[in-house]
Design a binder for this molecule. Structure first.
Ligand SMILES: [Zn+2]
Length: 428
């Protein structure tokens, strides 16, 4: 059904002007308000109540479905996350998390503060059910009531939101982690309110490493700090879960250092690519080619994108800044991945820095000599590469943190291969 049809239906149900309803609907949808919720909000504006007219039914959590319209449930609150979203031009603070009873668990979003906390057993009256990401979700708004339950509801799920990094998934809210800060940098972004300072970097505990973004910089986030961070939410960024800190997140220093994950899982390239993206992974393969756009390159000073002939796709004609990088194709027999080496790793292979590379290019009167030297150095050799894998419609890229010639002894592998060949010959 088109937006226009929804407006038509709603307008005739409420007996109000269709154009007004349509304009309100468009407004809400533009601010990413789910359609069902947008319609609900317009019904309320025109005094239409819950719209369906039927009274909510009392249900077990496991039996709640999006077809219910509205329900009453009695459950224990597992997590409470707080976040601000923009709605019709205003910043609104919402609470979101999960609640559960003996039968199952369910996500909720609360558009106002009912004052409940993780661990509370509550009876929620007249909550809207909507579908979110294929699952039912409770929507607590100003026609919902929340009261402490008469008896506490026992649940099989952990209460309170504490999690190991390995267990975090996109969509999680109100989570608490104990981590060490491995990397942190300050960045300026163009946010919805203009330029904003944020922090980004890498956190680790004993189970995994994950990237983070702190939208409201907390000064405790310094490299090496061991911290308890409460009330974070998880989003997917380039196929991996990313930890988000907001103004509602609290950060406290821990008296003892948090152990960090030292090694990355080693996978076949095919397995790794099939995951859709991994923050920290190790693969081993043959470097079969160095792609164009490697060696001595120029970047836009504004956005750091690689530019061609002094032209940035976003910023037009710019004075490019010289840089070094390698895009190499790594093949392990299962699949290939493009390995991207930054200036530091490229310098190690090339045996010189940007100034050396420029000097060589000047002498040869050709920038390509730098890429050619790199080609000669690495193509045909086997490397162990550790880094962040992202997969999109253009292919798989592995941003390398480590790029070292494989420890596996090639002579040993050659002997193994010969052994297989000679066995086959004998067999034939
Ligand atoms: Zn640019």
């Amino acid at each position: 059904m088109q937006l226009d049809d929804h407006a038509e239906e709603l307008a005739s149900a409420l007996g109000v002007d269709k154009e007004e309803v349509k304009s309100d609907l468009e407004n809400l949808v533009q601010y990413s308000v789910p359609l069902d919720e947008a319609k609900q909000s317009i019904r309320r504006k025109h005094g239409g109540g819950s719209g369906g007219g039927s009274s909510p039914s009392t249900k077990d959590v496991a039996d709640v479905t999006p077809e219910d319209g509205s329900v009453n449930v009695t459950a224990t609150v597992l997590t409470v996350g707080t976040r601000t979203i923009r709605y019709q031009g205003d910043d609104i603070t919402i609470r979101e998390g999960e609640l559960a009873d003996e039968t199952g668990k369910l996500s909720y979003t609360s558009w106002q503060d009912f004052g409940f906390e993780a661990g509370d057993s509550v009876t929620v009256g007249n909550a809207n059910v909507r579908e979110w990401d294929g699952n039912p979700e409770l929507n607590l708004n100003d026609s919902t009531t929340v009261a402490m339950a008469d008896e506490s509801v026992a649940v099989d799920y952990p209460v309170g939101g504490d999690a190991d990094l390995i267990d975090l998934e996109p969509g999680d809210r109100g989570r608490n982690v104990e981590v060490q800060v491995l990397e942190v940098e300050e960045r300026t972004i163009d946010g919805r309110d203009g330029e904003t300072e944020i922090l980004s970097g890498v956190l680790s505990d004993e189970s995994a490493r994950l990237p983070f973004t702190d939208w409201n910089p907390h000064e405790e986030l310094s490299e090496g700090a061991s911290l308890r961070i409460e009330d974070v939410y998880i989003r997917e960024f380039r196929g991996v879960p990313s930890i988000n800190l907001s103004e509602f997140t609290t950060v406290t220093e821990l008296p003892t250092p948090v152990e960090v994950k030292e090694s990355a899982p080693r996978l076949d390239i095919r397995e790794a690519v099939d995951t859709g993206g991994m923050f920290d992974v190790e693969v081993v393969g043959n470097l079969i080619a160095v792609r164009d756009g490697s060696g001595l390159i120029e970047r836009c000073p504004e956005c750091a994108r690689v530019i061609q002939n002094g032209q940035c796709r976003s910023h037009g004609a710019v004075e490019g800044e010289d840089d070094l990088r390698v895009k190499g194709i790594l093949d392990d027999g299962s699949d290939t991945v493009t390995v991207v080496l930054d200036a530091e790793l490229t310098e190690e292979i090339y045996g010189g820095d940007v100034a050396d590379a420029k000097e060589a290019a000047r002498e040869a009167m050709d920038k390509e000599v730098v890429a050619d030297d790199i080609r000669e150095e690495i193509v045909g050799r086997e490397f162990r590469v550790r880094g962040n894998l992202s997969v999109d419609e253009y292919g798989a890229n592995l941003d390398a943190d480590e790029f070292v010639e494989s420890d596996d002894d090639p002579a040993e592998r050659a002997r193994e291969l010969l052994a297989v060949v000679s066995t086959e010959e004998v067999g034939a």
